[in-house]
Design a protein around this ligand. Structure first.
Ligand SMILES: N[C@@H](CCC(=O)N[C@@H](CS)C(=O)NCC(=O)O)C(=O)O
Length: 202
């Protein structure tokens, strides 16, 4: 399998964490492909031009991160990251959707902040920031759902929090969600998390 990969993408980090946690990481070849540059065929494999994209052993191209993560989860015989049914499944999928939504808002905010002064919308930035803060405040009320075994929900929440620390280091989300912060401090020590700490390429 081949994974279109970039080390700063939080959605790619989800995929890497699932692969590392389930022991299938060595089956994946990483194709470095910054979505903002050319010199790769990402758009031929994912018409949306986004990473992550996974090329399976039989040549199928899969995207986006929830689809890739669920596909990878079907390739191993250990504890599943996507619970099969019942409230455990819906809790994990809801957590994933909420943390993906926090990430989507954080990326939209960052994109807006990068625009020229005269084009930048303070209202749009405030709108996305409020969504991030509401998402965090809601997760804070649900920290008791973050028990083991870990699921795609834990993984995605950890990626979202890691991304906020990476891209907005001066804004402390921890005062909004102190109990979530305690959970994250422990989760961030996992070998998979340590192996995927985001960094801009030199
Ligand atoms: N919902 C998608 C989001 C993927 C995404 O937005 N990836 C970013 C990199 S972090 C990207 O490729 N952006 C390039 C673009 O939007 O053109 C997923 O979960 O995989």
């Amino acid at each position: 399998m081949q994974l279109y990969f970039w080390p700063t993408s939080p959605y790619v980090r989800k995929v890497m964490l699932v692969a590392l946690e389930t022991g299938i990481d060595e089956q994946m070849e990483l194709l470095h492909a910054s979505p903002s540059s050319s010199g790769h065929d990402l758009q031929d494999r994912n018409p949306l031009g986004k990473i992550p994209a996974l090329i399976t052993e039989d040549g199928m191209a899969l995207f986006d991160s929830p689809v890739i993560c669920e596909y990878l989860d079907g390739l191993h015989g250990g504890d599943k990251m996507f619970p099969e049914s019942g409230s455990a499944r819906w809790t994990a999928l809801r957590q994933q959707a909420q943390a993906d939504g926090i990430l989507d808002a954080a990326l939209l905010r960052r994109g807006e902040e990068a625009r020229r002064d005269d084009l930048r919308s303070k209202g749009w930035i405030a709108h996305q920031t409020a969504a991030i803060h509401r998402g965090l405040a809601d997760l804070e009320t649900r920290v008791d759902e973050l028990q083991e075994p870990i699921t795609i929900g834990h993984i995605t929440i950890a990626c979202a929090l890691g991304y906020l620390d990476f891209r907005f280091p001066s804004e402390d989300w921890r005062h909004i969600a102190p109990n979530l912060s305690d959970w994250y401090a422990g989760f961030a020590q996992r070998a998979s998390m340590q192996a995927t700490i985001p960094a801009d390429p030199a």
